[in-house]
Design a protein around this ligand. Structure first.
Ligand code: SAM
Length: 296
């Protein structure tokens, strides 16, 4: 980056960081909070337990706090880093290792299918920039069949939402959708002191393991997502009121569900029952309309 650009962003940067003589000013806009606590780094590695034949993919390697350790045990490590300065530094320090390969760019635009075509072959890791953590996880779900597991550092509150079940105050749309696709494990919490610069909030490590088969049968996942979105947009209302635009009270009453409950009390299995009823009703209505048209 040239000097004029440096000046332009200087107001939004954190303190200087040093690493093997390399100096880097943390960039807030890239969500840069670098891990510096060796005990936490070790604990993360113990959770991942990289194996010799693993194909690892690290999102946002930064200055390589995890990368260097991960490279000690794996067959291949691909990394995606947006910051050009950090990408150049990593290329310079780790680029000679034939197992390491770095893509400089935005993970949200990255095509993970270019890394492998083998089912469940990729192990994804990342101390994710918090500003893009949810879109990043949803982007990765597009490549779900290629992924064996994902271990992420996220804001504690996001991990609580991902792992929450019915009745939990953190239960909602994010957890329900993610739990449809993955097994979610809240592994451990990480204090702000583990990073430089320190974030304002606590963090946590989560493991997401894509299901081989979804935990519930859903005819139309898009319909399930709609039902969950509509239910939680009006989370103070009972189900029969909040879902009125999608399903009549009479249809809802045919299902084995207590429709006087609020959305946060319903399980994923119950949302699947509602969604399947809606999508089957839609199919029946479509079929009837087509029949009518063919008779005209
Ligand atoms: N892994 C390092 C560590 O633990 O110290 C850095 C973690 S830091 C929280 C997030 C990293 O993601 C930074 O290196 C940042 O530059 C990078 N990053 C931010 N936005 C990104 C994006 N859209 N695509 C890829 N990397 C990104």
């Amino acid at each position: 980056m040239n000097d004029s650009k440096r000046k332009k962003h200087s107001g939004k940067r954190g303190p200087d960081l040093q690493n093997d003589g390399f100096q880097h000013q943390a960039r807030k806009r890239f969500g840069q909070n670098f891990l510096q606590d060796q005990n936490i780094i070790l604990k993360i590695l113990q959770s991942i337990r990289p194996q010799d034949n693993d194909h690892l993919v690290e999102i946002g390697p930064g200055q390589g706090a995890l990368t260097r350790h991960l490279l000690q045990t794996c067959q291949k490590l691909d990394a995606v880093e947006l910051d050009r300065d950090l990408a150049a530094y990593l290329e310079q320090t780790l680029g000679s290792d034939p197992r390491f390969s770095l893509q400089q760019g935005d993970v949200l635009k990255f095509d993970f299918s270019q890394l492998s075509d083998k089912p469940r072959s990729l192990r994804i890791i990342g101390n994710l920039p918090y500003n893009i953590s949810t879109p990043c996880m949803f982007h990765l779900l597009n490549y779900q069949s290629l992924i064996s597991d994902m271990t992420f550092m996220l804001q504690l509150e996001v991990v609580q939402r991902l792992a929450a079940g019915p009745g939990d105050p953190h239960y909602g749309r994010l957890g329900l959708i993610m739990q449809y696709y993955c097994q979610v494990e809240h592994l451990f919490d990480v204090p702000p002191t583990a990073f430089t610069p320190q974030p304002k909030v606590c963090s946590a490590i989560v493991r997401l393991t894509p299901h081989v088969r979804p935990p519930v049968e859903v005819d139309d996942v898009k319909c399930l997502q709609d039902v969950i979105r509509v239910a939680f947009t009006q989370r103070r209302k009972t189900l029969k009121n909040s879902l009125r635009t999608l399903i009549s009270e009479a249809e809802l009453n045919k299902l084995t569900i207590d429709t006087s409950l609020r959305p946060e009390k319903l399980s994923l299995a119950e949302y699947a029952i509602i969604s399947n009823s809606i999508s089957r009703n839609r199919q029946n209505a479509q079929g009837a309309q087509q029949k009518e048209e063919s008779h005209e």
